[in-house]
Design a protein. Structure first.
Length: 368
């Protein structure tokens, strides 16, 4: 590559940043960095070209561009729904609008998780969604969900995902097989070995049928792609224990209902269903809670979020978003069925509650 790197940091008109410097940047600036700096914690990469900017600054970069939008620099991730037309086909126009809403709120996005009905879609549909979303060049990080049971299929999916400018991966505990600590560790390591971007592992015993053991987490700490855990075990005491034992990684609340408690225990942020319905309001609540001013917002988020689980997720979220005119239909993919929710009365009440509460909270001062 025939471009000189100068102290101001430019290569092909893109900013350069070292690993040490990126850790000290604000989340906004870190997300704006356009080249991924390799973390060489567990293995030496000697073949990468380097440019010495000063005796203390060495920049390593790859031959192709990967957005440096690190998982731990984003406090709110929206597990985005997948909008569909009434005939069940993908509604890419509504998807585009929803992604721009999340960008306006400054929220990261996770596509094709359980809220996004990822397991219910065909491979071609999932590829269409990721290609479309990453092609919008949004100023926010976008991750995708990874989960299933058959390893070869997951590796094929990751090989495709690696061709896209995704920020990282949400990798759920293997479903149905109920593997033990060693099996889970080998599963996650194999998946993380196949990618070049940060990974957030996902503990959700209620869906997977088995919890992620401490032994699994400990055995993976040496992996350079292991960045965070989305903890959805439903036990705040357990959340506190895990965070204290493994401070090397970022711990995210995977439960809107428990986020107030998780925030007081030192959570790095929230992976949210509620921020589908209320992108700006949830962002405000999360920022307020993480700033230490969250005593009055935890119960608020709990109350409104409970309305979104009055039927299997994302049935209530899609129903109220359709009523709001933000998606063209409330259609879902079987085995999920919109008729499971008879009324949106609870969701409409929650909508008015959170919007009014955030307006009142924001009047005296705005959390910077």
């Amino acid at each position: 590559m025939g471009c000189k790197a100068e102290a101001s940091g430019c290569l092909n008109n893109l900013p350069l940043v070292t690993e040490a410097e990126s850790s000290g940047l604000s989340s906004h600036l870190a997300m704006e960095c356009s080249w991924q700096v390799f973390r060489m914690r567990s293995r030496m990469v000697s073949s990468l070209p380097h440019y010495t900017l000063s005796p203390s600054r060495v920049i390593y970069f790859t031959e192709w561009r990967i957005p440096l939008k690190r998982i731990a620099h984003t406090s709110l991730w929206t597990a985005l729904i997948t909008p569909m037309h009434a005939d069940g086909s993908l509604d890419l126009a509504s998807l585009t609008a929803l992604l721009h809403e999340q960008a306006a709120a400054g929220n990261g996005v996770i596509l094709l998780g359980s809220t996004g009905e990822g397991a219910n879609l065909s491979t071609e549909e999932r590829k269409t969604i990721l290609t479309h979303a990453t092609g919008l060049n949004l100023p926010i990080p976008v991750m995708t969900g990874v989960g299933g049971l058959e390893l070869h299929t997951q590796l094929e999916w990751l090989a495709f995902c690696e061709t896209l400018p995704l920020a990282g991966y949400l990798m759920v505990t293997p479903i149905y097989a109920k593997p033990g600590a060693k099996g889970q560790a080998k599963w996650f390591r194999t998946l993380m070995d196949a990618v070049s971007k940060p990974c957030m592992l996902y503990n959700i015993p209620s869906r997977a049928g088995v919890a992620m053991p401490d032994e699994t987490i400990e055995s993976l700490l040496d992996h350079p792609n292991f960045a965070a855990v989305k903890e959805s075990g439903g036990d705040p005491a357990r959340f506190a224990s895990l965070q204290q034992r493994f401070p090397q990684i970022a711990w995210y609340s995977g439960d809107d209902v428990l986020f107030g408690e998780h925030a007081r225990l030192g959570a790095s942020g929230l992976v949210s269903v509620a921020s589908n319905v209320w992108p700006q309001e949830t962002a405000y609540v999360v920022k307020r809670a993480l700033s230490g001013l969250g005593g009055d917002v935890g119960p608020l988020l709990r109350e409104v979020s409970e309305s979104l689980f009055a039927a299997p997720n994302p049935i209530p979220a899609k129903a109220i978003m359709h009523e709001q005119g933000r998606i063209s239909s409330r259609e879902l993919r079987l085995p999920l069925c919109a008729e499971e929710l008879a009324s949106t009365e609870l969701q409409r009440f929650a909508d008015s509650l959170i919007k009014g509460a955030v307006l009142r909270l924001a009047e005296p001062s705005v959390v910077a």
